[in-house]
Design a protein around this ligand. Structure first.
Ligand SMILES: C[C@H](O)[C@@H](O)CC(=O)C(=O)O
Ligand SMILES: [Mg+2]
Length: 437
């Protein structure tokens, strides 16, 4: 059986999270967590599920972009794709007409991520593997063959990447066993979205502490006095030895970021996330330099377009924590490139997750990073947000504030059909009711 791809469907799935201010921050005050959900059908009945994450309005634009890519996918066999996955990545990202819409950024790249995530899911299912985490990608040469090194060979060649993976062969089994028994460390963002009241913040923090959480992220950036009050409150609740991070979601200019975060230094944040425009590499470098004496690092990546941007952030020492995103970059293929570059620059990877399905997807990437690339947990943790997991057929499992390795074959992207139907925009029942209000 060739596993020929015979169809691709794409759906606009939205959750009305803005009603309760879940996910709110200084720039995104009313996010409706949404997914562009892709299903690939094959001639043997096997399906691949993929998605990318959006915030509500505009999801239909990404749906259109996926439709524009459809012709490059349907008709191919899975074997053709994975035997030259780098070539297939290039086919999607370098189409002579569509690349004008990016290249490798914005709506077209989100669409590429959704499609490629579905292909990775299909591949893992076809092989009966829990992947694309460590199990599906054990052969270093095969891993390398999935990465498009164009534009990054000045910092990472294929040979260097292969060396990194070969060096990590030692101790792989122990690390895999360690992950299976203890899981990968996580931090929570669920307690302190910007729209939450102090009362809510306190309750969620108390619950999280009881459930073993030791690392917390707080949204900041709208009002300095309010930030000082909320950060003091949360620091008081979690005590001096737990970890606190702050996230401004691109709210400030460079100088403003430095002065604002300096005022918040008293609560001892480990990092300030997205202090300014996600495209301002040199601005991030200036902020990093200014905040280093205060012991505060800079984290960024959830809106970093592609591997080229990450390359420059690393070259410019502009961030101290790399926040890969499973749905912003060009799927596993491009995330692999960033994991390897981050390893070369010795910058820890602390992925962005949450949203719709990002935790489900990114768990594969962090396991791969630890077992096959970095072999190191110091300074590393993965974001966790406690929303919308119930809509997935293999939801993420958290135990004692750690991601436990997934067990089902695939890339954990499959959503429950009943959830998709109810939340499809605008015809789903959830939206029919909301729109009538
Ligand atoms: C709009 C999103 O909820 C955003 O605030 C998420 C984010 O910045 C994070 O999880 O980090
Ligand atoms: Mg963030």
């Amino acid at each position: 059986m060739l596993q020929k791809i015979i169809g691709l469907t794409v759906r606009d799935v939205r959750f009305p999270t803005s009603l309760e201010q879940h996910g709110s921050d200084a720039m995104h005050t009313d996010p409706d967590y949404s997914a562009v959900y892709v299903v690939i059908d094959t001639d043997c009945g096997l399906k691949g599920f993929g998605l990318t994450f959006t915030l509500g309005k505009g999801t239909e634009i990404v749906v259109c972009a996926v439709r524009a890519l459809e012709g490059l996918v349907v008709g191919k066999s899975l074997q053709d794709i994975v035997s030259n996955f780098r070539g297939f990545y290039r086919l999607l990202t370098s189409d002579g007409q569509m690349r004008w819409l990016g290249p490798e950024k914005g709506v077209i790249h989100l669409a590429t991520a959704a499609v490629l995530n579905a292909v990775w899911d299909l591949w893992a299912r076809a092989e009966g593997k829990v992947g694309p985490s460590y199990q599906a990608l054990m052969d270093p040469k095969q891993i390398i063959s999935c990465i498009d090194f164009r534009y990054i060979t000045d910092v990472l060649t294929e040979e260097e990447a292969l060396d990194i993976l070969m060096n990590a062969n030692e101790g792989k089994q122990q690390r895999e066993d360690q992950m299976l028994s203890h899981g990968y460390p996580a931090y929570t963002t669920s307690c302190a979205w910007l729209g939450y009241s102090d009362q809510q913040l306190k309750q969620l923090c108390t619950d999280a502490l009881q459930n073993g959480w030791t690392r917390f992220k707080v949204k900041v950036g709208a009002d300095l006095e309010d930030d000082i009050r909320r950060c003091r409150l949360i620091r008081q609740m979690i005590g001096p030895s737990n970890t606190l991070m702050i996230d401004a979601n691109q709210r400030w200019d460079v100088g403003e970021a430095i002065s604002w975060v300096t005022r918040l230094a008293e609560v001892k944040p480990l990092w300030i996330e997205e202090p300014t425009s996600p495209d301002d590499i040199l601005g991030h470098a200036t902020i990093s330099k200014a905040l280093a004496p205060l012991g505060i690092g800079v984290a960024s990546g959830e809106q970093c377009h592609n591997r080229v941007m990450f390359k420059q952030f690393l070259q410019a020492s502009a961030l101290q924590f790399v926040q890969i995103d499973s749905c912003r970059l060009g799927s596993v293929n491009e995330n692999l490139a960033v994991l390897l570059m981050a390893h070369k620059f010795k910058v820890p990877v602390c992925p962005h997750a949450g949203g719709v399905g990002l935790c489900e997807l990114v768990q594969h990437l962090i396991l791969f990073d630890y077992i096959c690339v970095s072999a190191d947990l110091s300074g590393r943790m993965c974001e966790y947000v406690d929303h919308l997991h119930e809509h997935f057929s293999s939801p993420v499992v958290i135990r004692n504030a750690h991601y436990m390795p997934p067990k089902d074959p695939g890339y954990s992207c499959e959503m429950l059909e009943s959830s998709v139907q109810r939340h499809e925009y605008p015809e789903g029942n959830v939206w029919k009711i909301e729109n009538k209000k």
